[in-house]
Design a protein around this ligand. Structure first.
Ligand code: ADP
Ligand code: ZN
Ligand code: ZN
Length: 724
């Protein structure tokens, strides 16, 4: 018997399947983790296949040295999924491996945690130990409390006495497996009676297939998800529930824990290694049957999956942007098909792509058009900032927003101010010569952070001294560019000196639980204003938020890619959804310099369908996705000549593909990336747009042009989220 083994090391050279002989004394199954000798070294590998014969020279095929676990680590569904991903996203087996087996297990640094309890092994009279006073006292202690932690016992009475008792067999050690549980807050389970549209939603999901739950913010989608999960658990099956990392707050977790108790295992990036290890093991062994987590939870090692749910379907974070690049939705689709179970995706602002699929009948549409508590959605008022300028107000805030904020403060309520950028202002520029401070390793503008008076690169994290003089011309007329969160906070503090003003962005939440600290401080302060980036747009349910201000909506509109209007619509709707969720009515002030843009008109009326229709038309006319496919191949290398040469090499091959599919390829060009350099790597790209006819076939041919030993790192993306 021979085993096909992949070596656990993510390099191109090792991205092959190697054959090893299975020795008669080791029982090997597919998915087993094994030790094999590779060259002069011992390496860890995973068995991906078993077969009677090998195509290699049998004499040279080595034996598997050892099997490392009792049972296979990669289950058979996951082995199929690995292959699917490699084909679908043009990835290497060795690079997807890390998604399936957490590093804590692969590297063996984290182990199961055991508590060692000391107990008496038999009834024993301490009197027999009268010459050993300390030992006698230990036995007396154990007669009093039958189980004491061994370490405590040693601390109190000393090593030698305890060891002596262990040797004599008077005291024995019991091991107890101890799970490291992610911290969670306790919450009473809220008993909710489903309303009609929720009932309808739950009933509509049946059998396999993809369902799109289009429900306005506050329509009670979470309750629908929980009911669907309960139904699945009753049938003895398991469930996977994905939410964006950013909305995976302790609040949200508490909802799930109060409903499903220890059945829930959480997987997300801020767990400690030990917690992640134990949660993964609980899912693997079937101890837990509901996996809740961010994108990576789609790889939860659960058997018998009965439903997969993706909340906030439109979220960008479901696309992994770093290697290995993948789209969570495609993986969910694969697992749902494999398990013959439904896949439910929910959003108040579905992506144009999925809504188009629903329109074409490939996805079943379920609608929840009303808020669960019967409240109206907050009124969105568009404020024309050009008018403000004409009236002499060149500040960040419109007079409307200031007066509405003043009302909130008077009534001791809360407001949220949304701004797209962290930091104090986006850049520092010389007014005399136009010099803009840039990062030396990444070709991007630096962002000024006033807290520490430094310029920071948001791509590589490098910090620089703030400018007081232009390094180019020596002028001291330094201007700060567009506004960031910090600047908004500092101006608000001047206007409302006695009001609690909090800031939430990547900088204030980078520490563990930083997120939750800010939110709970906000929850407890009234009046209060929370200023934040995207982060405040998601899922928070604050009863007293009656006003939402959107400072620079246009920022997301003019990002310059085909999805910007879609993103802008989503953002406005999501942020607005934070207001007036409970007793009090809510209001949104939306500041813009382009008040007549269709995206604002539709967003202000919560008219998703109207927006979709307009957007669908535009994309059809311009032949953009979902009516075409955009492929970007990004090449990056520290030596600019290397990237340029390799790009040329590939491009010449691509020209042949274009010749062959001349009618299908709308556009193809090679160029420097908009961000020419990140972390000292030069970036070049080829962008190709093609019609959907034959697009899978062409995609594969295009991929083949780049699939060779190149020095540059190559990223292959379909309909990329960002072209920068
Ligand atoms: P969504 O995720 O659709 O934005 P949520 O699931 O957060 O909405 O629900 C919004 C609020 O409505 C929550 O406070 C929730 O507890 C409440 N809610 C949900 N369903 C019901 C119901 N049937 N009756 C009353 N309140 C409900
Ligand atoms: Zn200058
Ligand atoms: Zn940088």
């Amino acid at each position: 018997m021979f085993a096909s083994v992949i070596i656990d090391q993510d390099t191109k050279a090792l991205d092959k399947v190697f054959d090893y002989r299975v020795p008669p004394d080791i029982k090997i199954q597919k998915g087993d983790r094994v030790l094999v000798s590779f060259g002069a070294r011992m390496m860890q590998g995973f068995v991906v296949d078993l077969k009677e014969n090998t195509s290699f020279d049998e004499k040279k095929v080595k034996d598997i040295v050892a099997k490392l676990d009792d049972e296979p680590i990669i289950k058979s569904e996951m082995l199929s999924l690995m292959n699917f991903m490699c084909n679908k996203f043009h990835l290497r087996l060795t690079s997807v491996l890390k998604l399936f087996v957490p590093s804590e297990i692969r590297e063996g640094k984290v182990r199961e945690l055991f508590i060692r309890w000391a107990t008496l092994s038999k009834n024993f009279s301490p009197e027999l130990l009268k010459n050993a006073k300390v030992q006698k006292r230990i036995v007396e202690a154990l007669l009093e409390i039958p189980k004491i932690k061994l370490s405590d016992l040693k601390k109190q009475f000393g090593q030698s006495a305890v060891n002596a008792l262990l040797e004599k067999g008077i005291v024995k050690v019991e091991l107890e497996r101890c799970l490291r549980k992610p911290a969670s807050i306790q919450k009473e389970e809220k008993k909710v009676v489903l309303n009609d549209s929720q009932k309808n939603a739950v009933q509509s999901v049946g059998g396999n297939g993809i369902y799109l739950l289009h429900g306005v913010t506050g329509s009670g989608k979470t309750e629908v998800y929980m009911n669907l999960i309960s139904r699945v658990l009753e049938k003895g099956k398991n469930a996977i529930m994905l939410v964006p990392e950013i909305s995976l707050t302790p609040q949200v977790m508490a909802n799930f824990k109060s409903r499903f108790g220890d059945n829930v295992a959480v997987l997300h990036s801020s767990l400690s290694a030990g917690e992640r290890f134990d949660e993964w093991k609980r899912l693997f062994s079937g101890e837990a049957s509901v996996a809740v987590g961010a994108r990576s939870a789609i790889f939860a090692p659960l058997d018998k999956v009965g439903i997969i749910i993706i909340d906030e379907q439109h979220e960008q974070s479901y696309i992994s942007e770093s290697n290995p690049r993948y789209d969570t939705f495609e993986i969910a689709k694969f697992r749902a098909e494999y398990n013959n179970c439904p896949l439910v995706v929910g959003s108040a602002t579905p992506s144009v792509d999925i809504y188009e699929q629903a329109k074409q009948g490939k996805v079943k549409l379920i609608e929840m058009p009303k808020r669960a508590n019967g409240k109206e959605l907050p009124k969105i008022q568009i404020v024309d900032m050009m008018n403000e300028l004409r009236a002499g107000n060149s500040g960040i805030f419109s007079s409307q927003l200031i007066s509405d904020l003043a009302n909130v403060v008077n009534e001791k309520k809360q407001a949220m101010i949304f701004i797209n950028r962290r930091g104090f202002s986006s850049f520092m520029m010389c007014r005399e010569c136009g010099y803009v401070a840039k990062c030396q390793s990444c070709d991007v503008n630096l962002v000024y952070h006033r807290e520490d008076n430094r310029l920071k690169c948001h791509y590589c994290g490098k910090q620089y001294k703030a400018l007081d003089r232009c390094p180019n011309c020596g002028s001291d007329k330094i201007k700060q560019g567009a506004v960031g969160t910090e600047r908004v906070v500092s101006e608000l503090k001047e206007i409302f000196p006695d009001v609690k003003i909090l800031r939430m962005d990547n900088d204030t939440t980078s520490r563990k639980n930083g997120h939750e600290k800010i939110l709970s401080e906000f929850r407890e302060s009234k009046p209060a204003i929370l200023v934040g980036t995207q982060m405040i747009a998601k899922g928070h349910d604050f009863e007293d938020v009656v006003l939402v201000g959107i400072i620079d909506a246009d920022q997301s509109l003019y990002r310059g890619d085909y999805r910007s209007t879609e993103r802008c619509f989503q953002l406005i709707t999501q942020v607005s959804g934070r207001a007036g969720r409970s007793k009090s009515e809510g209001k949104v002030v939306l500041q813009t310099y382009s008040p007549r843009h269709y995206v604002y008109r539709f967003a202000a009326n919560y008219d998703y369908k109207g927006f979709f229709k307009k957007e669908e038309n535009l994309r059809k006319t311009a032949v953009f996705p979902p009516f075409s496919k955009i492929i970007r191949i990004l090449f990056a290398h520290p030596d600019e000549n290397v990237v340029r040469d390799e790009l040329k090499l590939c491009y010449n091959k691509l020209l042949k593909v274009r010749e062959k599919y001349f009618d299908d390829i709308i556009y193809m060009d090679a160029m420097k990336s908009p961000i020419k350099k990140i972390k000292n790597s030069y970036r070049y790209q080829v962008v190709i747009r093609l019609l959907l006819t034959n697009s899978d076939e062409i995609e594969n041919e295009i991929f083949k042009c780049t699939d060779q030993n190149l020095k540059s790192s190559v990223f292959f993306e379909v309909n990329p989220e960002s072209m920068s």
